[in-house]
Design a protein around this ligand. Sequence first.
Ligand code: GTP
Ligand code: MG
Length: 167
Amino acid sequence: LERTFIAIKPDGVQRGLISDIIARFEKKGYKLVAIKLVHPTKDFAEKHYDDLKGRPFFNGLTDFLSSGPVVAMVPPPPPSQSMSNHTADPQVWEGQGVIKYGRKFIGATAPLASEPGTIRGDFAISVGRNIIHGSDGPETAKDEIALWFKPEEILSYKKETDKWLYE
Ligand code: GTP
Ligand code: MG
């Protein structure tokens, strides 16, 4: 089942954007399966952005991510096609795309290059204060979910609205 990892960064929390950001994923129809407020240590922030080690902004970026509480979330897509077609190949809806769509929803890394209507496009200005993080692919999503959450913190449940979202 495809899942992505989303975090509202310390600037998003400080600026009171938690509800606006969660509302976008919720209203789109994605289901939240894990959420918590955490204040990451510098060490933890370095692990999270491990792939950017060596970049000139790495120290500032990890100082920033560890500067205050972060809202960590895992919203996967609801079951979708399997609701109406029980013989559907799970692969079909695994590829359905909360990772890619989540990134589209978030917008470009630089908020001024993000389209209006995207989260960064609507709420942010600077690249170093872009309020939200989203996994950039299936592998990173898996690693990030495992870094931020214990398996028992990720819930599985049915939503009555699923049948109104998927034909
Ligand atoms: P995340 O969702 O946070 O991972 O952002 P991203 O995937 O859009 O970008 P990337 O993973 O390449 O970079 C991670 C974060 O580092 C970005 O969100 C920015 O805050 C920061 N960053 C990336 N490039 C730059 C840069 O050129 N300058 C500065 N100051 N920060 C950067
Ligand atoms: Mg990234």
